[in-house]
Design a protein around this ligand. Structure first.
Ligand code: HEC
Length: 427
């Protein structure tokens, strides 16, 4: 059971993470990433149970989406910019950007959802689940269609570019090509290994991969037409570039192979921290790749050269903390920068501005949409209470908060942070 093993492994890393003073936008490994069709926004889903909507131009978190009860395993954009998230809790949520709660919730799966796909016309969301079914959900209204046949966890799902078929990949080593007009039987192709992921290139070629680290290429009707070897360890995530030239295959060992589709050869391997890499997504221009992994970061890569461009939240053109060079507290504050600003002029990001934070009662800043749970708490922010917040973690200190779970283990670092905030947030 590779997938279950991998999940157990990642949760163990999450448990150790609380002792680590380096925090990022997510409080746990990043399990899923997607880029919006216009290339301006990304969405990431995490084991920390939240999803984050990122502005790719400002490199800042714009919204923390909290709804799922456990890990957010899959994320996707609809054509109109709405977002779908799928969770280990078996639920799918449909979000309008900026709205604090989902617009619709799709319920029916009885086990974790691990992959989502949106039909080319944007009207249907397909979900793959460990309950061994694939479901097709009409976005606007109506009951889902349930596709049954896989004898094991379904791990991947993708639509053909013409929208006429849906392809699913399962732990039972089968790839199923389901006709969507009518209720005909699917084409079933058995591959040599348990499958973790499937993608479809713009010309309809099917790409599948899994436990044995090989990537299989099949025609749209299921004939095997090629193969590439990317490593001896399992591939977890696949993406085909929108221009059809590349396939990115991310593995449990953390490397991401870029395969040239014409020659079926690995042309580049992206190496860096963030092992394992759980998810890959191309920008619409095919030139940039996003990865999400165990280091809790969303990272950007140049897909042509394989160069690391940087982590999404940390690539601002000018360093906003340049004025505080050498200040330990400013370094600790880097973990907050993706979601908070220090001055009122910079406004709110995913979290409220921290300008004037000391002396302010919790959840009272005008113009920011705080969680209801926070408004009921009786906390006044002081260096002591902010320190406590990150000593025991937001979930314990402010139950119901949208802020992803994170702690600062060292008392010295908490003191440095609050000393820094005293200077940097004074009105
Ligand atoms: C991924 C985004 C994210 C990160 C990273 C983050 N926060 Fe937050 N923070 C939020 C959100 C969202 C809220 C609002 C919570 C709510 O309404 O439920 C919040 C609320 C707060 C509040 C309460 C504000 C108020 O007016 O009541 C404080 C204080 C705070 N954060 C401090 C920090 C500090 C310090 C860091 C870094 C160590 C940090 N946050 C990192 C998203 C984040």
């Amino acid at each position: 059971m590779f997938v279950r093993f991998a999940l157990a492994f990642a949760l163990a890393t999450l448990a150790c993470a609380s002792a680590d003073a380096q925090m990022r936008g997510h409080g746990g490994p990043v399990r899923a990433v997607a880029v919006s069709p216009d290339g301006t926004t990304a969405i990431s889903g995490s084991f920390d149970t939240s999803a984050i909507r990122w502005s790719l131009s400002r490199n800042a978190a714009e919204q923390v989406l909290r709804f799922h009860e456990s890990a957010v395993n899959a994320v996707a954009f609809l054509k109109d910019g709405r977002i779908v998230t799928g969770g280990e809790d078996g639920a799918i949520a449909l979000w309008k950007p900026g709205q604090p709660m989902p617009e619709r919730i799709f319920k029916g799966h009885t086990a974790p959802i691990v992959a989502l796909a949106v039909s080319p016309d944007g009207r249907t969301v397909a979900s793959a689940s460990w309950d061994r079914t694939v479901r097709l959900w009409p976005v606007e209204s109506g009951a889902p269609r349930v596709l049954e046949g896989h004898t094991q966890n379904v791990n991947g799902v993708a639509f053909a570019p013409d929208g006429k078929t849906l392809i699913s990949a399962g732990y039972d080593a089968t790839l199923r090509i389901w006709p969507l007009d009518g209720n005909g039987a699917p084409i079933v192709v058995t591959l040599p290994t348990a499958l973790n992921a499937v993608a479809v290139a713009p010309d309809g070629e099917i790409i599948a991969s899994g436990a044995n680290g090989r990537v299989y290429f099949l025609s749209s009707s299921g004939q095997q037409v090629g193969e590439a070897e990317v490593g001896e360890t399992p591939v977890i995530s696949l993406a085909a570039s929108p221009d059809g030239t590349l396939v990115a295959a991310a593995g449990i060992r953390g490397s991401v192979a870029l395969i040239d589709r014409k020659t079926r050869a690995v042309s580049r391997t992206l190496v860096g921290p963030g092992l394992p890499v759980w998810s890959v997504a191309f920008f619409p221009d095919s030139k940039t790749l996003l990865t999400g992994g165990a280091d809790r970061m969303v990272r950007r890569w140049n897909a042509q050269t394989g160069e690391h461009i940087g982590a999404v939240p940390l690539t601002e053109a000018s360093d906003p903390l340049a004025a505080y060079a050498g200040d330990r507290g400013a370094e600790v504050y880097r973990a907050c920068i993706a979601c908070h600003t220090l001055s009122a002029d910079e406004g709110n990001r995913a979290g409220p501005t921290l300008a004037g934070i000391f002396g302010r009662k919790i959840a009272t800043l005008p113009g920011y949409d705080f969680s209801e749970a926070l408004k009921k708490l009786d906390i006044v922010w002081t260096p002591e209470t902010v320190s406590k917040l990150f000593e025991i973690g937001p979930n314990a200190y402010t139950p119901g908060t949208k802020m992803p779970e994170q702690t600062i283990g060292s008392a010295e670092d908490r003191k440095a942070l609050t000393d820094f905030l005293k200077k940097a947030t004074a009105r």
